[in-house]
Design a protein around this ligand. Structure first.
Ligand SMILES: [Zn+2]
Length: 341
């Protein structure tokens, strides 16, 4: 097979940042993706529907025609049912919750989940989706155990709010895959990133520190990565969909004494996924993961446009506007036909 044509994909988890970086990043996502769900951990964060609309305007000002965003508000300890109602009324269909201190700009995040019960109840009533960064922020928790330890909090949320739709974002462990696969209703789904399908902890710290492979949740064991690959490539799977978590930081914020978490993948996510799915004999399942399952979960129409990938090797650039991408300087066997020079 030398080419594959699929529905135009969506990215259900992306960070565009602000200002000049936003202006550089939005076109790199819109080149391949029809829609993107934009995460709210800006500085200051997006806490209300009104703020989300302003942020949406900043994105649209630099986006090409036809590109669509789905905005999120950040669910914080101060979030109230009234804030949720107002945001939903303005068309904001999801809230993103970061446990305290687990990743970029997540200070003042959530520790007391039970205290947010009225907010979860309101989201459940409205049909607003809860997107979870599922890591236990406890000081006593070892960094590689944070996702597994969070699963009891996830279970509590799902038990207590049985109509609430929940996305576990950027899965990184076999244990979390198991929970999502075996959950009995359609209310729980998960995003998976290209870098968690590519890297293990070896790619971050073995044979030299690789700051551009450092993200939260941290890439884990080969068994975890292989379990993620099996989950997303399984014929007929509906619970896993693409959220790149493409998270740009300037080179100097990564290559320093306390480097920021985040892997930048927007321009190469789709070619790399084609390569990974092909290696696993599952190119036929690529479209479900990139272009179908997410829209279905969010109750949105499938994209009618298509995109064609061709088997034509290219080398990933060393930098995009000061940001070092995953696989910088390395070859990927597939590329999007419209990118061919
Ligand atoms: Zn993220």
């Amino acid at each position: 097979l030398q080419s594959i044509t699929i529905r135009r994909p969506d990215d259900w988890h992306v960070h565009f940042r602000q200002g000049e970086m936003l202006a550089n990043m939005v076109p790199l996502t819109s080149r391949h993706f029809k829609r993107a769900r934009v995460m709210p951990n800006t500085d200051p964060p997006i806490l209300t529907g009104a703020q989300a609309l302003i942020y949406h305007g900043e994105i649209m000002a630099v986006a090409p025609a036809g590109f669509e965003t789905k905005m999120t508000i950040k669910v914080v300890p101060e979030t109230t049912p009234a804030i949720v109602r107002e945001a939903f009324g303005l068309g904001i269909d999801a809230g993103k919750l970061y446990p305290d201190g687990v990743t970029t700009l997540s200070a003042n995040g959530v520790r007391d989940f039970k205290a947010l019960s009225p907010v979860f109840a309101e989201m459940e009533k409205l049909g607003m989706v809860l997107c979870l960064h599922g890591e236990d922020p406890g000081e006593d928790v070892f960094c590689l155990d944070r996702e597994e330890r969070f699963l009891k909090t996830l279970q509590w949320i799902l038990d207590k709010f049985q109509g609430l739709k929940v996305v576990m974002e950027h899965l990184s462990t076999a244990e979390a895959v198991y929970v999502v696969e075996h959950f009995p209703t359609k209310n729980l789904a998960a995003t998976v990133t290209p870098h968690h399908l590519e890297n293990t902890l070896n790619d971050v710290i073995d044979g030299g520190l690789r700051p551009h492979h450092y993200c939260k949740p941290i890439a884990k064991r080969p068994e975890d990565r292989d379990r993620l690959i099996r989950a997303v490539t399984r014929l007929g799977q509906t619970k896993f969909f693409l959220g790149t978590d493409s998270a740009p930081h300037y080179r100097e914020s990564k290559e320093c004494d306390c480097g920021a978490a985040g892997v930048f993948t927007a321009p190469l996510a789709l070619p790399l996924l084609a390569q990974i799915f092909e290696e696993n004999g599952a190119l036929g399942q690529l479209e479900a993961f990139t272009s179908v399952n997410g829209a279905n979960f969010y109750g949105l129409p499938l994209n009618e446009e298509t995109i064609t990938l061709v088997r034509e090797p290219w080398t990933v650039p060393d930098e995009y506007s000061g940001v070092v991408p995953l696989r910088a300087g390395k070859e990927i066997r597939w590329q999007v036909a419209s990118d061919l020079g």
